[in-house]
Design a protein around this ligand. Structure first.
Ligand SMILES: [Zn+2]
Length: 91
């Protein structure tokens, strides 16, 4: 494995490579009747895994809407606890 971290632009390039590669492979896994083009019975597990990979990277690129509700963290690392609005005006 390469030990260096990817810059944001490098990650985008990498993600698109993965997406295009997955799409190219998916083109050979189209359903034909009740089976896949590759000969496996549908649904093809290979196609499903390629679809997952493609979706994963599209999501990482922010191109798909999040299907899960937002993850609310109660304890942020490095946070200072609750941030409450300081409303001291009264009277
Ligand atoms: Zn297949």
């Amino acid at each position: 494995m390469v030990g260096k971290a990817l810059s944001p632009q490098e990650f985008i390039d990498y993600a698109w490579q993965q997406i295009r590669a997955a799409e190219a492979l998916l083109a050979r896994h189209q359903p034909v009747g009740r089976s896949c083009e590759c000969g496996r019975p549908a649904p093809c597990p290979h196609a499903a895994s390629l679809n997952e990979r493609r979706t994963h990277y599209l999501r990482r690129l922010g191109l798909l809407e999040h299907t899960r509700p937002r993850c609310v963290r109660e304890n942020e690392p490095g946070g200072g606890g609750n941030t409450q609005p300081l409303t001291g005006a009264h009277g």
